[in-house]
Design a protein around this ligand. Structure first.
Ligand code: AMP
Length: 542
């Protein structure tokens, strides 16, 4: 027997409809690519998005067609998302930090028909235009005068399109399983693979992440969305912000410490989310300028493991709560968050740190487990390392065009490629990417744990640990450290700092001071590149 409730397909256009109707005057503030701060509202975003939908229909876009964006976080980018999704087309977010070859591969794989871009990215698009045969139009997110001067033949101005089309456009009315967004994984092994979100999966993810133990946004929040819309859906903020009608602040192209601090203060931001490197830049800026944070209450940090030094600096020096999150493009992206249970909240801050460093527990709507290489389910004892698996209504079932083949196991779980522990209180901790874990004498060493402790050394700016071949132990850890500007240090200082904080046999066999630790397209340490750079390196112990 079916229930007798209304059929109300969960399509994301309803989220922006809601924002317009109930939070229409709430502001969306952008540091524009052109420079000035631009203010709009959820109501205006809705109207302009509808006009843009009509423009896309006029350019021949049909349901299911892929329309790509290559853009910073801005009010305009939000308009574009809803304009594309509302008419049943697929919004394909391109990551501008990818190499041009990878961008071309992705654009061709997705067969994008239109690319909507910020001016910033015109040089690469102009240079590679002939390698994108499926792309019929380029729309530049600026006014016609600037487009006329941009040098790209045939480029259209988003402002002209918006002004010349009516806001009367019907959104939705299709199945909630309709494809809605497309985002490619960073592709650290092989070609990037496409994750094709549905309206339903994005809607569910929005509701799930809004729980107070997860993103927990409120209409009383002002949200600075630093995490890019081209990286795993900006962790859902363009949906959750609209869903609860928060004031949104979009940083545009500038994510350095000074620019972020300025927005945090002038817009009185209460909540923000970004990868650790962004916060490291902000904290360095605050220290150098004796800056204060007068409104910020909570930051969600994920994408890579949060070093203890960041959690402590936010708490001790600025009274800001850090919530650690884990997720991936394939999980929409929120997988787990490390908000305290009542038992953990009752502990002292120092005792809570151990849990804050973990990636936390899953919300209702998905589930995680650990398995060994043979697929046997492992216990939640906080000690055993296992492969982390996840399943749920907003978790990938299959990559776009079937790339990578069958990706779920017999129980319907997706293997994340991460290695983790889960403790008896249910807190999951990522110990490594499966390919980065250091296998020493048949046991596993967590590169992440060592590098996070090392990064807490007062002289360290950033640290990375890789496994290096060893004749006796298979692999042993090598610690690479980039020191803060002007600092000098010895290997012994760092080994002494690690002593007592990690098991003796985890102690790196060598410490190397480097000028740069390479970061990949999503701001994470690029271990693949480090391993390539260190291919000829031999440990002194080998
Ligand atoms: P992406 O799809 O680019 O967001 O990358 C997802 C991967 O980033 C995950 O599979 C993890 O390896 C890593 N990751 C994300 N969040 C965290 C975190 N909080 N701690 C450690 N690794 C993380």
């Amino acid at each position: 027997m079916h229930g007798l409730m209304q059929d109300w397909p969960l399509t994301v256009d309803k989220i922006l409809d809601h924002a317009k109707r109930w939070h229409g005057s709430r502001e969306v503030v952008t540091r524009s690519v052109e420079g000035p701060i631009v203010r709009t509202t959820w109501g205006e975003i809705h109207t302009r998005a509808k006009r843009l939908s009509n423009a896309l229909l006029g350019l021949g876009i049909q349901p299911g067609d892929r329309v790509a964006t290559l853009a910073w976080n801005s009010g305009r980018h939000i308009e574009v998302w809803y304009a594309i999704m509302g008419i049943g087309a697929v919004c394909h977010t391109l990551n501008p930090r990818l190499f041009a070859d990878q961008l071309c591969y992705i654009i061709n794989h997705a067969a994008d028909r239109i690319i909507i871009t910020d001016e910033t990215f015109l040089p690469v698009l102009m240079e590679r235009r002939h390698e994108m045969p499926t792309v019929e139009h380029f729309i530049v997110l600026t006014d016609p005068d600037r487009v006329a001067k941009c040098g790209m033949e045939g480029a259209l101005s988003s402002e002209t399109l918006i002004e010349s089309h009516s806001p009367d456009c019907t959104w939705g009315g299709f199945d909630e399983q309709t494809a809605c967004g497309l985002c490619y994984t960073s592709g650290t092994t092989g070609h990037p693979k496409g994750v094709l979100y549905s309206h339903r999966s994005n809607f569910l993810h929005t509701l799930v992440t809004l729980q107070s133990d997860y993103m927990g946004l409120s209409v009383r929040d002002t949200v600075l969305a630093v995490v890019p819309m081209f990286h795993a859906n900006a962790w859902g903020l363009a949906f959750t912000g609209a869903a609860v009608g928060t004031k949104m602040v979009m940083p545009g192209a500038k994510m350095d410490g000074a620019s972020i601090h300025e927005l945090l203060e002038t817009e009185q931001v209460t909540f923000s989310a970004a990868v650790p490197t962004v916060w490291q830049m902000l904290l360095a800026h605050l220290r150098a300028t004796n800056g204060q944070l007068t409104s910020l209450k909570r930051v969600v940090i994920g994408g890579s493991a949060v070093p203890e030094a960041i959690i402590r600096a936010f708490h001790d020096d600025y009274g800001v709560e850090v919530v650690h999150a884990w997720g991936m493009t394939e999980t929409s992206p929120l997988g787990t968050m490390s908000t305290p249970t009542p038992e953990i909240a009752a502990l002292s801050f120092d005792e809570q740190i151990a849990y804050k460093l973990k990636q936390g527990r899953p919300p209702v709507g998905s589930d995680i487990r650990l398995v060994d290489d043979a697929g046997n389910v492992l216990p939640h004892d906080g000690k055993v390392f296992g492969r982390l698996q996840i399943r749920g209504g907003y978790i990938v079932r299959e990559y776009y065009k079937g790339d990578g083949g069958e990706i779920l196991d017999a129980d319907g779980y997706f293997d994340t490629g991460d290695v983790a522990t889960i403790d008896p209180t249910g807190y999951m901790q990522i110990t490594d990417r499966a390919k980065d874990v250091i296998k020493s004498g048949g046991e596993w060493i967590s590169s992440i744990e060592i590098e996070n402790i090392a990064a807490g050394h007062p002289k360290a700016l950033i640290a990375a640990v890789i496994g290096v071949a060893h004749p006796k132990w298979d692999e042993r850890p090598l610690l690479l450290v980039r020191l803060k500007d002007g600092e000098t240090a010895t290997a012994e200082e760092f080994l002494g700092f690690l002593d007592g904080k990690i098991a003796k046999w985890w102690m790196p066999d060598a410490v190397m001071f480097v000028d740069e630790i390479p970061l990949g397209a999503t701001g994470k340490i690029d271990k693949k590149l480090i391993r390539q750079q260190m291919a000829d390196y031999r440990l002194p112990t080998s």
